[in-house]
Design a protein around this ligand. Structure first.
Ligand code: GLA
Length: 549
């Protein structure tokens, strides 16, 4: 190891001292990337948001109930600090413009003078060691008002009283929410500037005033990017004015429209990259895809937001722990905000364990702040690689489909020295393995450097032909490898490069036949039930530690 290290250092010194070093390098990068430096989003924010759990049917009891569990379960100590109140809190805008809270749902908001204030609620959350978040819209009206008909907790009153969004009230509202009420985060939606064109049904019926749309989610050409950006920038200015201590987060919710990728990073701590997530596997993938293709827009201070977690519901409930782990792992790899969207008062312990998985949270909160990038992508398989602060790499190999797929995971995907040994840490099980342990000798002579890595899944059925051929006669001889008992592994790659390892021949991280046998055995033991699919998808992220023998 010592010799390799010396060789690496020498190579580096020679390069530095060489004649070319003094000349200007025509390929040297000249661009400078800047990200938003104000605000408290140096790391992706973590917490809980009411929307995916309760939608508009939110109340103080529900919110505080989940907040208490965040603290008592130890999730707060692991970083979940923001308790965000989404839509459903406002009653109306008073004649003087001050927002009135639904005190029937938030009893602590009722003040002796008849007004309402969220100060008691934020004081309570702060007293629990938590942060408080609130919700608004950049237009006059909200998503719930515009897109739903018979909704609970609707703002009521005259047309003007029902205009609860920030439009025309930015300075007043931000001063109220942050200066007086003490919130630490605001999520600002954009429905009010896209859904109220003059001929829209709710304008024609007289329910709301028209506001010429600035945003057309389907067309940048029909979007007024500059005007949209100016509205959100006004919020940024008000936030900075009202939060001189910088302890605030601006959560920009424009679903990837209005070219928001190019300007959100200059004003917001997090910015949504897609429409709403649903508790459906395919939709989760869709939201992931919108963020994974935007790694350049994620930096400490400003992060891509593929929307809140849906762990606990639908395809990610306690009966679908593989999917729940996959969803959580992907969000960690993306440096996405980890905002729980579940009624924690009824959370299954297995789900709490997923949400509290330290090793996976650590990926998300890695100080380098590098969002994972796609090392490989197809309709079936995506391989995500994320460079960590200590030089290690995290890898997620994702089977996107409901069928078994074969993937090749190579050293090349990791920018790894291919003839080096690699040790793997399985993040969900904590078990270790080395590349050499797992490689199967006969595959070393394979004609291609890329060896097949079959990606099965717990409980998933293989196509009949392949399955019967493999199972015929021979029971699995190799001991079941612990790294196959779960769904996450990670790669430490940079250590190898630091030591000056050569690149060349590529290794697969798993020998194919052992993986097949183990996957098959696992499947037999864990048949899985899917209400709406015959099989299930899965995620296999890796952690590998580069180490020399
Ligand atoms: C939009 C947002 C959601 C949620 C709802 C509330 O759809 O994208 O996250 O805040 O509005 O109505």
């Amino acid at each position: 190891m010592k010799r390799a290290a010396v060789a690496g250092l020498l190579a580096l010194s020679l390069f530095r001292a060489g004649p070319l070093a003094a000349q200007s390098d025509p390929l040297a990068p000249i661009g400078r990337w800047s990200a938003y430096t104000r605000g408290a989003a140096q790391l992706p924010p973590m917490g809980w948001n009411s929307w995916n759990a309760f939608a508009l049917d939110i109340s103080e009891a529900k919110l505080i109930g989940s907040a208490r569990i965040i603290v008592s379960s130890g999730l707060a100590a692991k970083g979940y600090r923001y308790i965000d109140l989404d839509e459903g809190w406002w009653a109306r805008r008073a004649a003087d413009g001050r927002m009135v809270i639904r005190a029937d749902k938030f009893p602590s908001a009722r003040l002796p003078d008849g007004r309402t204030s969220f100060r008691p609620l934020t004081d309570k959350l702060h007293g629990m060691g938590l942060k408080a978040g609130i919700y608004s819209d950049i237009g006059r009206n909200s998503c719930g008002q515009i897109h739903s008909d018979d909704i609970p907790n609707k703002p009521s009153g005259t047309l003007l009283e029902r205009e609860v969004g920030l439009y025309g009230h930015v300075d007043q509202d931000i001063a109220l929410y942050f200066g007086e009420w003490g919130f630490d985060l605001i999520k600002v939606d954009g429905c009010g500037i896209r859904g109220l064109w003059p001929e829209s049904p709710k304008v024609l019926s007289g329910e709301f005033r028209a506001l010429t749309p600035l945003v057309d989610s389907g067309s940048l050409g029909r979007t007024d990017i500059a005007a949209t950006r100016a509205l959100y920038d006004h919020v940024r200015q008000a936030l900075e004015r009202n939060n001189p201590d910088n302890d605030f987060i601006f959560s920009l919710c424009l679903w990837g429209a209005a070219d928001v990728r190019s300007w959100a990073r200059q004003m917001a701590g997090i910015s949504r990259t897609s429409e709403d997530i649903f508790p459906i596997w395919g939709r989760m993938l869709h939201n992931m895809d919108t963020s994974i293709r935007r790694p350049l827009y994620a930096h400490p201070g400003s992060w891509n937001d593929p929307d809140m977690l849906y762990i606990g519901t639908g395809d990610f409930d306690a009966k679908h722990l593989t999917e729940a782990r996959s969803h959580f792992s992907l969000w960690a790899m993306l440096n996405a905000p980890l905002m729980i969207g579940y009624d924690l008062r009824s959370a299954d312990p297995a789900l709490m364990e997923i949400l509290g998985k330290r090793e996976v949270i650590a990926l998300n909160q890695d100080p380098a702040g590098n969002q994972a990038v796609l090392a490989y992508d197809s309709d079936d398989v995506s391989i995500l690689v994320k460079a960590l602060a200590n030089g290690d790499k995290a890898i997620a190999v994702l089977n996107r489909t409901s069928d078994p797929v074969t993937a090749s995971l190579t050293a090349g995907h990791l920018k790894f020295a291919s003839d080096a040994d690699v040790s793997l840490t399985h993040l969900w099980s904590g078990t270790h393995a080395t590349l050499r342990d797992l490689a199967v000798p006969r595959y070393r002579q394979a004609r291609s450097a890329r060896w097949p890595l079959p990606l099965g899944n717990a409980g998933q059925r293989e196509p009949r032909g392949r399955r019967s051929r493999r199972s015929r006669g021979r029971p699995a001889r190799a001991p079941r490898h612990p790294a196959l008992g779960g769904h996450a592994h990670l790669a430490r790659a940079a250590a190898l490069r630091r030591l000056g390892w050569r690149t060349g021949r590529q290794h697969s991280l798993f020998g194919a036949d052992r993986h097949c046998r183990e996957a098959l055995r696992y499947r037999h033991r864990h048949p899985c039930q899917f209400p709406d699919r015959s099989a299930q998808q899965g995620l296999f992220p890796f952690q590998c530690a580069g180490r020399r023998r």
